[in-house]
Design a protein around this ligand. Structure first.
Ligand SMILES: NC(=O)c1ccc[n+]([C@@H]2O[C@H](COP(=O)([O-])OP(=O)(O)OC[C@H]3O[C@@H](n4cnc5c(N)ncnc54)[C@H](OP(=O)(O)O)[C@@H]3O)[C@@H](O)[C@H]2O)c1
Length: 165
């Protein structure tokens, strides 16, 4: 069984990777990261089943080159890459309509939605066809349209309802 985990340098990604490496069923684990991480490099030195690949999921060139670096089939694909805030560009979770701006919205959609789909497009030829195949992409509860009683998105809608009633 082979697994690919994207966002491996992030908080959740690294924690999941450590957990998954404890399972003997994985013959090989590909871990995708963007910015180098000492914690990931230390894990890879100890664990021959772990293969690190530097991939910017927002780069079409990186995605096109990715299948050539993998040996399929992949049985599990987990994508924990995401963007909620970015101190370098002053991006914070918005709490009101007035805090929205085009650049941050576009960046959020790109990292949290578009990149997840384009990663699967790139991996499609390598996905297991006859054996187990599981694909998971992490989101956030505030992104749920079925269960969204918490979070800023709901607060914005409630505030708008109050102002129009
Ligand atoms: N932490 C929570 O409590 C929580 C709760 C609910 C949902 N979530 C969701 O779970 C996901 C992971 O959360 P987290 O706390 O682990 O976040 P995190 O620590 O910020 O990790 C996000 C990861 O995504 C990677 N990433 C962002 N843009 C990328 C790109 N263009 N190409 C490749 N990698 C990219 C980052 O890589 P770099 O290191 O290179 O930036 C980082 O490793 C997010 O979608 C988040 O919204 C988290």
């Amino acid at each position: 069984m082979q697994l690919l985990l994207a966002g491996a340098s992030g908080g959740i990604g690294l924690a999941m990777l450590r957990q998954l490496l404890g399972e003997a069923r994985w013959k090989r684990i590909y871990a995708l990261y963007r910015r180098p991480s000492q914690a990931l490099e230390a894990l890879a030195r100890e664990e021959p089943r772990l293969h690190l690949l530097q991939v910017d999921l927002s780069s079409d060139g990186d995605l096109e080159a990715l299948p050539g670096k993998l040996e399929g089939p992949l049985n599990w694909v987990i994508n924990t890459s995401g963007l909620l805030h970015d101190s370098e560009r002053g991006m914070q979770p918005e709490k009101s309509l007035q805090q929205l701006n085009r650049d941050d919205l576009m960046a959020g959609f790109e990292v949290n939605a578009i990149n997840h789909l384009l990663l699967l497009k790139a991996l499609e030829p390598l996905l297991a066809k006859r054996d187990t195949l599981k694909v998971a992409s992490l989101s956030a509860r505030v992104g749920s349209i079925g269960d969204n009683r918490l979070g800023a998105g709901t607060a914005i809608v409630r505030a708008r309802r109050r102002s129009t009633s």
